[in-house]
Design a protein around this ligand. Structure first.
Ligand SMILES: Nc1nc2c(ncn2[C@@H]2O[C@H](COP(=O)(O)OP(=O)(O)OP(=O)(O)O)[C@@H](O)[C@H]2O)c(=O)[nH]1
Ligand SMILES: [Mg+2]
Length: 340
């Protein structure tokens, strides 16, 4: 009988060491890749292109049940909601905001729920419940379990890569069978887990491009948010440039005195510069001087966040005459109604 790897869901095979699911001995429960990830934290086994979004979506359509959509607000990109609207509109849906321990303390659970309800209502996505969870808070996991117990049938955990799906299922089932890692694209196939006589399904994360996809896994891990986000606020009365290396050069010209707050990983290289941004870039990040692609927002509404997919976001208080962003990945900059 064909067996799947308990850690990542890949069908186990002992014929090709370069393909997913490889094991020396078919009696093993986890593949060599999961073994290396679990025991040595070896990220070199992760390849970014092993999950094909189109295939994943069509496989998910064949699994009946309630969807549990995980959203990691640190990487909250409204395109995941567009995807839900397009592909899973008629499914019962529970929303789960994960990793709440990493969010700024000023962001209360009530605020999070209000913001999420607002985004869903404008997209006509019906949902049954919203949970806010953190692996560091047992009550939040118990609360989610209570919500899940009010549904019947299968539960399918979906979301962006690295949103915390496998970790959350491990916490719910009080096990560490599923492979978890700090790197996106750990889970490879839909993976069934037993839970109180029901089936929970772990699934591979969706991939939207995101800035970090451009980096090697090693470099991307330097940006991973491991400690709560720290807000950096700046008062501005004249044009200012902010550099998020090596991706974004953002120049703001205020209409009146205003402030901006950046929510980025504490390890993300960040620099503020007045008139000398070009000199700074030439010295420290010469590759960024050549970035020609530009986005320009004029007279931006003051309750808007500018989101840098995979990196964090900036929120604005006051009126900006213009915001000009130079970046190689224009599609990864989006606007949303302010989170805070
Ligand atoms: N601080 C914190 N970290 C978390 C939490 N939940 C998950 N993580 C971390 O987030 C990272 C990704 O977790 P996974 O469970 O592998 O994420 P996933 O959604 O299964 O990822 P893919 O399989 O790649 O789609 C790991 O480093 C986890 O330790 C949480 O509540 N708080
Ligand atoms: Mg996973």
């Amino acid at each position: 009988m064909n067996k799947n790897c308990q850690g990542c869901g890949a069908p186990l095979q002992n014929t090709d060491i370069n393909k997913i699911g490889y094991v020396v001995d078919l009696n093993h429960e986890i593949c060599r890749r999961c073994f290396r990830l679990k025991h040595y934290g070896d990220a070199s086994v992760i390849k970014k292109d092993e999950v094909i979004l189109k295939d994943l979506l069509s496989e998910l359509k064949n699994v009946e049940g309630t969807l549990v959509l995980l959203i990691d607000l640190l990487n909250y990109d409204v395109r995941i909601l567009d995807m839900m609207e397009t592909h899973f509109k008629d499914r019962p849906l529970i929303l789960c905001i994960t990793k709440s321990d990493l969010l700024p303390e000023t962001l209360s659970r009530e605020k999070i729920k209000r913001m999420v309800n607002f985004s869903l209502a404008s997209r006509k996505i019906d949902h049954l419940m919203v949970a806010v969870t953190s692996l560091k808070s047992k009550p939040s996991i118990e609360n989610l379990k209570r919500m899940l117990s009010r549904t019947r049938g299968n539960l399918i955990f979906i979301g962006m890569a690295n949103a915390g799906k496998s970790s959350l299922i491990n916490a719910i089932t009080d096990s560490n069978a599923l492979t978890v890692s700090a790197f996106p694209h750990t889970t490879l196939k839909i993976n069934k887990v037993d839970f109180e006589g029901r089936n929970l399904y772990d699934t591979p994360g969706f991939k939207l491009q995101g800035y970090l996809e451009k980096l090697s896994l090693k470099d991307a891990s330097d940006y991973a948010v491991l400690k709560p986000l720290k807000a950096k606020t700046y008062q501005i009365s004249e044009t200012q440039t902010y550099i998020i290396a090596p991706f974004i050069v953002l120049t703001i010209t205020p209409s009146e005195a205003m402030s901006v707050t950046f929510y980025l990983s504490q390890t993300c290289p960040f620099h503020r510069s007045g008139k000398h941004a070009t000199e700074y870039l030439e010295k420290h990040h010469p590759e960024m001087v050549k970035m020609k692609s530009e986005i320009r927002y004029n007279k931006l509404d003051e309750s808007t966040d500018v989101v840098f997919s995979g990196l964090g976001w900036m929120s604005i208080k006051g009126k900006a005459e213009s915001i000009v962003i130079q970046t190689e990945l224009k599609s990864e900059i989006t606007l949303r109604k302010a989170l805070l």
